[in-house]
Design a protein around this ligand. Sequence first.
Ligand code: PEP
Length: 256
Amino acid sequence: MAVDRQKKFSIGNWKMNTDLADALVLSQGVRDGVEGINGVEIILCPPFVWLYPIAETLKHTPKNLSLGAQNMHWQEKGPFTGEVSPMMLQKVVKYVILGHSERRFHFNESDELINDKVQSAFEHGLIPVLCIGERSKTNSGSDEMINQLVRDLNEVSEQNMSNLIVAYEPVWAIGTGDAATAEYAGDVAKKIRRKITELYNEKVAENLPILYGGSVVKSNIAEYMDEPDIDGALVGGASLKINDFVEISKEIGRYR
Ligand code: PEP
C-alpha cells in the first residue's frame, strides 16, 4: 500500500446511480477506454451492491484501474443493520471515500465519526479518500474545511499519512455546474498542504495527493491539473458517462 504524488488520481463517484447492466457497461467501457494510460490511478466507486460483480468482470484488468467504496462502517461486524464493514470491503476494494459532504449533511456524519472510519480504514489496509469542503461560497476563508481536516485526522500517525488521499470538494460546487475556479481550488490545496506541514512535517505534506472535486468535466479538468498542488480529481456526474470519464482520466494522465 502507500500512495504518493508520482501518480495522479482520477476517481469516479457514481453515488446512488446505475442498475446492474449499466454498472457493467460503464465499468467495462472505462476499462477499455483507459487501457494503456500511464501515470494515473483510475478508481471506480460504484454502489456497494455492484462492487462484487464489477470486481469479477474486471479481474484481468489493467493495473491502472481499481475499485473503491463510497462509504463504510468503522466496525468489523455486529448489530448495525444496513451497514457494510471494512472487513467485507477489504477483499474487493483498495480505496474508500470517507466524509463525502452528502454523508456529512444528509446523514449527519460528524468529524468524530469520520475520524473513526479513517482510522478503521487504515487498520484494514484500505486507502481513505477523505473529502473535506466548506458549505458556503462566501466562506472563502475555508475555516470549516480546515477544521474538518484537523478533526478527521485526529491521532492519525505520520506513517498512515502515506496511505491517505485528500479530496477538496467545496459543497457549493458539487453537482451544481458552479465549479470552483482552478486558481481558487489551487490556493485551497496549497492551504491544505500548509496545514499538513504544521500538523506533521513538510515531507508528509509534499507526499500527500490532494484532489479537487466539484463539477469537474472534460472541458475544465486541464485547468485544475495546471495547478501545482492539485493531483487529480474526484468526479461525480461526469463519471457516469464512459467517454467523459475516459477523457478526464486521459487528461489527468498527461500531468504525471
Ligand atoms: C462528487 O460527488 O464528489 C462530485 C464532485 O460530484 P460532481 O462532479 O457531480 O460535482
